[in-house]
Design a binder for this molecule. Structure first.
Ligand code: GTR
Length: 403
């Protein structure tokens, strides 16, 4: 096993200088909001595409939404459940993304909603027996009888503690989720499966899209469906994700401005944490263990973070002026909670330039003491997870910003 020299000692964090989001690559300052929006922001999006996540295609021409099921008596009569097949492309390479949606009955008008990818299949998010099992590749879990990469009912509801479904619906929000593996199975196959297979790929292009980029693109396809559903308020869609799917939610929010609010839960390296700090997971470690997540060009920054033209605070800044919540966990040192706070703090000048309150905190807040402006942040007690505490903040933050 390669030695990655993982550092958990604050005194060993290298001295670093962050690139300034409010300075163009040619050294000119960004003088006003218009210069940010029309010129600097696109410059940064292109840099993230070229050096970190890779370039995703536009919305595909072959995009069909098939409502497979609509039941208005779901969850003991409190919600409508919809299961929608998003069909992409045709022929043997066609991909189908299964979207699961719950909408609250207690609402006036179209529902605002949270959308996020899940790790193991829609059926893991809730024990609701009507939820369809994925037909795409799933990780084998021999203890739970999962072999040959086929989903089984054994995992129904296994991730339900991470999705505060009852609470979300009671507060008047919908919840939509899809399985990341429907979009792209989470293993390194040379980009021949999932939605990558729909497109010609130039393997020599260092900026060809990786798996995180494909997952984020899949979230945009869910938004394409929401735009066709009058029961959903497309202007109030919050995208969220945990860990690798939190990295994905951030890139989805940065690359698709239709997401009205973005939530990163413990996203860490390649998500909300600053790469230059090299605290916990590093660029070299993530590129080695997950060679398919980012674009090939990102590998040039293994042990060479100072050469990156961007750092992750600029990813957060791309979400401005839309509300952004960054959540860390105190024991989740692998994801560098302090580095996540520092990234949010370094994104604040862009939020302020755009006339929002930004992040009203100059020092890392105490555990379990959320701070909120247009950027919200907390470091919760405990480890790498999504908990009721996290959801309580997300719901309150959404109430404040989505109305
Ligand atoms: C880890 C990885 C992290 C994070 C995590 C997860 O193995 O190193 O970057 O993504 O997986 O997604 O649970």
């Amino acid at each position: 096993m390669e030695d990655f020299n993982i550092n958990y000692d604050e005194s060993q964090v290298p001295h670093y200088t962050l690139p300034d989001p409010l300075t163009f690559e040619d050294g000119r300052p960004v003088v006003d909001a218009a210069a940010w929006t029309t010129a600097r922001r696109p410059e940064l999006v292109a840099l993230f595409e070229q050096t970190v996540y890779g370039r995703a295609p536009a919305r595909p021409e072959m995009l069909v939404f098939e409502v497979i099921e609509e039941a208005d008596d779901a969850l003991e009569g409190h919600a409508t459940r919809k299961q929608v097949a998003i069909r992409l492309g045709d022929g043997p390479q066609a991909a189908v993304l299964d979207l699961l949606i719950y909408l609250p009955h207690a609402r006036s008008g179209p529902a605002p909603l949270f959308v996020g990818l899940n790790f193991m299949g829609n059926h893991t998010v809730t024990a609701d027996p009507a939820v369809r099992l994925p037909s795409s590749w799933v990780r084998n879990i021999p203890d739970r009888g999962i072999e040959d990469h086929q989903a089984t009912p054994a995992m129904r509801g296994s991730a339900s503690s991470r999705w505060a479904l009852t609470e979300i619906l009671a507060r008047g929000y919908g919840l939509a989720t899809l399985y990341c593996g429907d979009i792209d199975p989470d293993f390194d196959d040379g980009f021949r499966n999932g939605v990558h297979a729909l497109y010609e790929r130039d393997d020599t292009a260092g900026d060809a899209w990786g798996t995180l980029s494909a997952w984020a693109w899949g979230l945009s396809r869910a938004l394409d469906y929401f735009e066709t559903d009058p029961a959903i308020d497309t202007a109030r869609v919050a995208v969220l994700g945990h860990s690798r799917l939190g990295k994905t939610a951030l890139w989805a929010g940065a690359s698709d401005p239709r997401f009205a609010l973005v939530i990163s839960n413990d996203s860490g390296c390649g998500g909300a944490a600053l790469s230059r700090r090299r605290f916990g997971e590093t660029v070299r470690r993530i590129n080695t263990v997950f060679p398919h997540w980012f674009c090939t060009n990102f590998k040039a920054y293994n042990d060479n973070e100072a050469a990156l033209p961007v750092d992750q605070h600029e990813l957060l800044a791309l979400i401005a002026p839309r509300p952004l919540y960054v959540a860390s966990a105190a024991e989740d040192l692998w994801a560098d909670p302090r580095g996540e706070f520092l990234a949010a703090h370094a994104a604040d000048p862009v939020y302020r330039l755009l006339g929002t309150p930004g992040l009203p905190a100059d020092t890392w807040p105490e555990v379990d003491r959320p701070v909120w402006g247009s950027i919200g942040y907390h470091v919760r007690a405990g480890g790498h997870d999504v908990t009721a505490f996290d959801w309580a903040q997300y719901l309150a933050f959404a109430d404040r910003h989505l109305g």
